[in-house]
Each structure stands twice: as C-alpha cells, then as structure tokens.
Design a protein around this ligand. Structure first.
Ligand code: ME8
Length: 514
C-alpha cells in the first residue's frame, strides 16, 4: 500500500427489481467525478458501487418474472455492471449482496450487535411497505384516493405480525445527536441534516431487524428461521467491501470509516440514522459524511415506470454523447437540489459550454498553431499583462475547485472552471491572433502559446468530468500520460515549445437538433 492519503466513496447499492435509469446513473456519476478528482489529486481511492439483491421486493419481482431469485439477480445486476462500463465509471469494486463475503460480514456485524446487548427477540406488529422495504408507524401513514392507508411515499402497506429481532435504536438518540455535531459536516446538505436531527429529536423506537415470512436473505446467526432485515444487510455492504470482518486487514485499516456515502434524499434516514446507530452499537466508526442529493424529474414530471417517462441512460448517451451527458448532469443542477431533465437544456449546455466555449477555443487556437507555427508548439516572447492575467487565473484554479469538491458542490467546481474558459475566450478574441499573423507573428506565437497552455491546464482539470474528451485534448497537446495529474498544474510545468503537433480535430461538436 502506498503512503498516499485514502478516500473511500460509495453509491447506494441499487435494487435489482428495476433496470438502471437516469437516477442511478446520476448518483454513480457524481461519485465517479469525485473519485476521479481525488485520484488525480494524489489520493488512494476506493470507489464502490453494486446491487442490493435480497428482500421481499426482489423475491416478488423474481417470482413475477418466472425466475429463481438468484437467476433474476444475476441478470439485472449485470445490467448495472454494463451501465458502469458504458458510462465510463471508474469504480474499484462492484459488490453484490448475494456474495459469500457479504454474508460473512453481515453475520459478523449481527453477532457484535448481539454481544453488545443491542439486539433482542420480541414480536413485531405493525405496518410494512415492501416497495420501500420499511416499517411505518400509524401516525406516519397517509390516505390514498380510495381512503386506503398508504406509506408516506404513497406505497401500499401490509399489516405484519411476527416474531422478530429488534435493534435498540431508542438507546442511540443522544449518541446520534452528538455525532451529527461532532464533525463539521456529517450530513450534507445542511437542510438535510436538520431534517434528520428533528426526526431523532422526535424520539426513536426500536427497529425490527429480522423477518420470518420469507427466505431471500442472510439468515440470522444461530436462528435461521429469521432472515435479516434487508436494510441491515444492504448497509453492511459498505463494510464488506472494505474487508470487514477482517478489522486488522490493510483494506479495512486504510479505508474504514468511509469518507462519503452518497445517495438520493429518499434514503437519507437509513444512512444518517440507522447505519451510524448500527455501527456505534457494534463499536465501529460511522462514515465521516452522508450526502443526500436531489431528485430528477423529466420535463417537469415525476419519473416513474407507470407514467412511462423513465429516462434510459443508454439511450440519452447514444443520442447526445457520453461526456456531454456526464457534463450536463453534473453542471445543470446545483448538487443537492432537485433537477429537471429537458432536451432543451441539454442541447443548450452542449452547444454553449462545450461546443462554443471550450471546443471553439481549443479548435481555433490549435488549428492556428498547426497552420502558422510550422506544425509545432511555438515559443512565447515576453508576456503581456493580459497573458499573465489569464495564466494566473488558470493557475489559481485547483485550490478553488478543491474547496468546492470538499463539500461536494459539484456544479460550482465546474462553474469555476468554466469561468476561466470564458475569460480565456475573451482574452483570445481581444488579442486577435489572426490579425497578428501579418502584423506581428511573434506576438501571435505568444498569444497562441498562452492559449494552448490554458487549454492544457483546463484539460487536466476536466479529466474527472469528461475523461475521454479531456484525453483527446491532452493528446492533441502531446502531454504524456504520466504528466496529467494535478501535480502538473501551475506555472512550473508549462508546455514545451517546439513539440510537433498533429492537425487538430474538434473535440466538442455542436448538437444539431433534428
Ligand atoms: O434504495 N433522481 O435502491 P434503489 C435522483 N437498495 N436519484 C435517483 C432517482 C431520481 N429520480 N431515482 C433513483 C435503494 N435515484 C436501496 C439502497 S443502500 C445500502 C440500499 C438514485 O435502486 C438515488 O441515489 O431504489 C436513490 O437514493 C437510489 O437511486 C435508490 O436506488
């Protein structure tokens, strides 16, 4: 293992009762962006995603498809793996809760909770929603159109009465409230933290953590009539992948506690409340941060299978291009807020930020170098104030971008970079290198060199969001693979003059709507 600092980031593990859609792609993309950023910034990164394969919901979906649960899980889990490859996600591991390593971790955690006196056997009588895989109190229910009782999410519920193990969640109120205040930002965005805090302050009831009415799950150690509640099983995946229960192992020592659990706001309570309580109960450290991002709608409507408006990530990438979709999803909506997917805004982003701003700047300056500087990177003469200013701006980017990354303000990290792209366009247009060609070729060479150097640094900085396009830009500038890390940013690593260039090709085409 290297002596680099570590960074462990996780996505939720997705249910296999549904094929992947834009919402799943969004969460994993956000993690991919952060993971790639950290790797380039010198961290030893572990980025985990995977599938949540146990529970009643999956068992029912498999039966409806006429398949055995495992057969069904194999197929859908594979679709999530394909999505990860297709979207160029750089996950280091892909976990499935049906794996043996995971069963081992779940049972070890359970035993620890039991040994520590946090689990007891009793009887559960109450409401359960299979769709949410969650229990609800009478006071949380809402009324459906026909007057029927529904879960707060609108999901149908059933009355459950069975013997069940319970986790003493009620004993963790004070510890949880202290934990939220212990680190500067255990739960982000801040509004979400307040939401979780008020829920805890309202009082916690013990949590039913086993079921006897179905089989598809991890058996409770010592009493295999009971299957573990699917959320205790699912949440443990984050530890399994870090090598738990081998607490002395290199992996565990390096990566636990995780730095960020990323998810949508729908499952915040499980991550910011149950999960830290389980871990505290087992005497283990909770993750340092839980980040709950917002919810995507489609052209203003809730995305749902029944409305038939589910956005297929495979299809939009086919249509708009991979890096274009990656950029749009991370740039369009303040990360943490809800967002709306519309073709109109997608096309706008592609054509303005990518084709016009960055694409044109790169294509125009590199073409001029190829045509007018003997096909090689020119040598700059003395730098003017305007040259120094734009170079200083690009060289000051990393700490600013890093600050946004540290609080997962993903949109701001991109906005900050694009502000410099936009200023570089103003610089380029103002210097008019095409006019200097005749009047002052040396000055033209300097302007082109400075612009190319700005593009080099922008190219390095945008690798996390658009890995393929950034690689094309850096290839055109002849930057070797080992000189693309963030340690190459700044004034000490400027472009070597005299390097032979190829005829550049546009990296960001305009999107022409049919
Ligand atoms: O909840 N907008 O799995 P899941 C944004 N297995 N994000 C969305 C979205 C939308 N419209 N729809 C889905 C589960 N997501 C459990 C998790 S973790 C230990 C167990 C994303 O397949 C978002 O990240 O229902 C949300 O939290 C997740 O998919 C839910 O995935």
């Amino acid at each position: 293992m290297s002596g680099k600092p570590s960074f462990y980031i996780t996505t939720p593990i997705y249910y296999v009762n549904d094929i992947p859609h834009i919402g799943h792609a969004y969460t994993t993309l956000a993690c991919d962006y952060l993971a790639r950023f950290k790797r380039l910034d010198g961290f030893d990164v572990m980025f985990l995603t995977g599938t949540d394969e146990h529970g009643q919901k999956v068992e029912k979906s498999a039966a409806a498809a006429g398949k055995s649960p495992l057969e069904f899980c194999d197929e859908v889990s594979q679709r999530f793996r394909e999505l990860a490859e297709f979207m160029n996600f750089s996950n280091d591991d892909f976990i499935r809760t049906t794996e043996e390593r995971h069963k081992k971790a779940c049972q070890a955690l359970w035993k620890r909770l039991e040994e520590n006196g946090h689990i007891y056997l009793d009887k559960y009588a109450g409401w359960y929603s299979v769709r949410d895989e969650a229990f609800f109190g009478e006071n949380e229910l809402i009324e459906g159109e026909g007057g029927e009782k529904l879960a707060p999410t609108g999901a149908p519920i059933e009355w459950v009465e069975e013997e069940s193990y319970f986790f003493r969640l009620s004993a963790f109120e004070d510890k949880l409230l202290a934990f939220y205040e212990e680190l500067p930002a255990t739960v982000l965005p801040r509004s979400r933290k307040n939401e979780v805090k008020s829920f805890v302050e309202g009082g916690l009831r013990d949590l039913s953590v086993s079921r006897t009415s179905f089989n598809w799950g991890v058996p409770v150690p010592g009493n295999d009539k009971h299957i573990m509640y699917v959320w205790i099983d699912a949440l443990t995946n984050y530890m399994t992948a870090a090598g738990y229960p081998d607490e002395d192992g290199e992996m565990y020592k390096k990566f636990w506690p995780a730095d960020i659990h990323m998810m949508g706001k729908d499952i915040l309570r499980f991550h910011a409340l149950y999960w830290p309580a389980f871990l505290m109960g087992a005497g283990l450290d909770p993750a340092k941060r839980v980040f709950a991002h917002g919810w995507w709608t489609n052209e203003g409507q809730k995305i749902s299978k029944s409305l038939g408006n589910v956005i297929d990530p495979f299809q939009i990438v086919e249509e708009f291009g991979l890096d274009q979709v990656r950029y749009f999803l991370m740039r369009e909506v303040p990360f943490g807020n809800d967002g709306d997917f519309s073709r109109h805004s997608m096309i706008n982003r592609i054509n303005s930020d990518l084709a016009n701003d960055l694409g044109n700047l790169a294509q125009r300056s590199l073409s001029m170098i190829f045509k007018n500087c003997d096909g090689a990177m020119p040598s700059p003469g003395d730098l003017s104030d305007a040259d120094e200013t734009i170079l200083a701006e690009v060289e000051a980017l990393l700490p600013k971008v890093r600050e946004h990354i540290d609080v997962q303000a993903i949109h701001k990290s991109l906005e900050t970079i694009w502000k410099v792209v936009s200023n570089a366009n103003v610089y380029f247009a103002g210097e008019e290198p095409w006019a200097l060609k005749k009047t002052d070729p040396d000055r033209m060479a300097t302007v082109l060199y400075v612009t190319a150097e700005v593009i080099r640094q922008i190219g390095i900085l945008i690798q996390p969001i658009m890995p393929d396009s950034a690689a094309k830009l850096l290839d055109q500038l002849k930057i070797p693979a080992e000189e693309r890390g963030f340690d190459q940013l700044g004034g000490d690593h400027r472009l070597a003059s005299g390097t032979a260039m190829d005829k550049p090709e546009g990296v960001f085409p305009r999107f022409l709507d049919k």
